[in-house]
Design a protein around this ligand. Structure first.
Ligand SMILES: NC(=O)c1ccc[n+]([C@@H]2O[C@H](COP(=O)([O-])OP(=O)(O)OC[C@H]3O[C@@H](n4cnc5c(N)ncnc54)[C@H](O)[C@@H]3O)[C@@H](O)[C@H]2O)c1
Length: 352
């Protein structure tokens, strides 16, 4: 892709976990980026870390996408060539307790963004979707044409509805969508300057493992050991966050190079294509870190999909993207990040 330096990309939720890694990649390959976030699940210090990694002072706007006025203000100040929309709430468990928060934040933000973008002539959008749109799939691996089953949580439903809204909006004749359905993003940047650092307690497996290993949790729970899998625990497709970030660069390159100005929607699974059980990940982490993990086997947890992993052939063929990093890379980078966070937080405690 030529001329990246003349293209400005809006990254909503760019201070968050996947957003920050994507911003680093976009800048590394030469794009201009504007980050907009309301810090509802991230911290301003991520922007300093991005400055250190990229050497660029990245324009930042504090914007709540659920406020139409704030979104209009943002577009009044900048002209964008394309958008990557990460800004959303993402906790499956919380969405079951507080569906109102999830429908309001995830759907109203999306509607505000797409309405204002189209009004301002911006028609190229990458949408953060999720493998949770497949529900509990009948066939494995899941491909983009695998039928979507019932969403298992309000969070997953916001992703199904979000995709549907954007697909329906292509009726305007110009909107060009790429939906990226992430499987299980994990790991951190090689610099250990950015990684998963939410305000909420993380409940994804890899940060729970690293927090247990560093002593932030006395032990961790493994939910269910009698599933029909190789060792009885659930199977997921873990994918390095930097691989995911690179797929966003490919998606933006593709949208910007499209000759046709007509509406379209393309969908890509982003996974490694491999399934690993919870116990395989725990053992792999013990090898990578040289630490024994304290874990307890608990009953099955309601709403857990037993087994899911991606067919990634479509992304490879059409986007020219495939995961390059292994489970070992994921766990090593996540562990380095957890150790770097501990040092940073100790320093802050000593200073204050
Ligand atoms: N991490 C995963 O496991 C995973 C898997 C599949 C899909 N996704 C999706 O990818 C996207 C990014 O996920 P993440 O893991 O980086 O989450 P994250 O919480 O780290 O990042 C989301 C960012 O969006 C911001 N945000 C939320 N609501 C906002 C609003 N109304 N206005 C402005 N900013 C807002 C938060 O402050 C945060 O910085 C989300 O849409 C999520 O649903 C994540």
């Amino acid at each position: 892709m030529e001329n990246r330096s003349s293209k400005r990309i809006l990254v909503t939720g760019g201070a968050g976990y996947i957003g920050s890694h994507t911003v680093a990649e976009l800048i590394r390959v030469g794009y201009q980026v504007v980050v907009a976030d309301n810090f509802s699940n991230s911290r301003p210090e991520v922007l300093e870390a991005l400055h250190k990694i990229t050497g660029v002072a990245i324009p930042f706007e504090k914007t709540d996408f659920s406020s139409l006025n704030e979104v209009e203000d943002l577009f009044a100040h900048y002209q964008f060539d394309a958008i990557i929309h990460f800004a959303a709430f993402k906790s499956v468990n919380e969405s079951v307790q507080r569906p109102d928060l999830y429908y309001r934040n995830n759907l109203i933000s999306l509607l505000n963004l797409v309405d204002v973008a189209l009004k301002n002539g911006v028609n190229k959008l990458v949408f953060s979707s999720s493998c949770s749109v497949y529900g509990d799939p009948d066939q494995l691996p899941v491909s983009e044409s695998t039928p979507l089953k019932k969403a298992e949580s309000p969070y997953a439903f916001t992703k199904q509805i979000g995709e549907r809204i954007l697909q329906d909006y292509t009726h305007d004749g110009t909107l060009q969508n790429i939906f990226l359905r992430y499987f299980n993003p994990a790991g951190a940047h090689d610099s250990a300057l950015i990684g998963e650092y939410p305000l909420q307690q993380p409940n994804n497996l890899v940060p729970v493992i690293t927090q247990t290993a560093i002593g932030l949790r006395p032990s961790m729970d493994v939910f269910g050991s009698d599933y029909e899998t190789s060792d009885g625990t659930c199977v997921r497709d873990y994918i390095h966050v930097v691989d995911i970030a690179q797929a966003h660069v490919k998606a933006i390159d593709r949208l910007l190079s499209l000759v046709s100005t007509k509406s379209l929607t393309e969908i890509y699974n982003l996974g490694s294509g491999k399934g690993n059980t919870v116990m395989q990940v725990i053992h792999a982490f013990e090898q990578v870190s040289g630490q024994k993990l304290n874990y307890q086997i608990k009953d099955r947890r309601e709403g857990d999909v037993i087994k899911v992993y991606a067919d990634v052939s479509h992304a490879k063929k059409q986007l020219g993207w495939a995961a390059e990093k292994s489970l070992h890379d994921i766990l090593l980078s996540a562990w380095n990040w957890e150790k770097a966070l501990e040092i940073k937080n100790k320093k802050q405690t000593t200073i204050s």
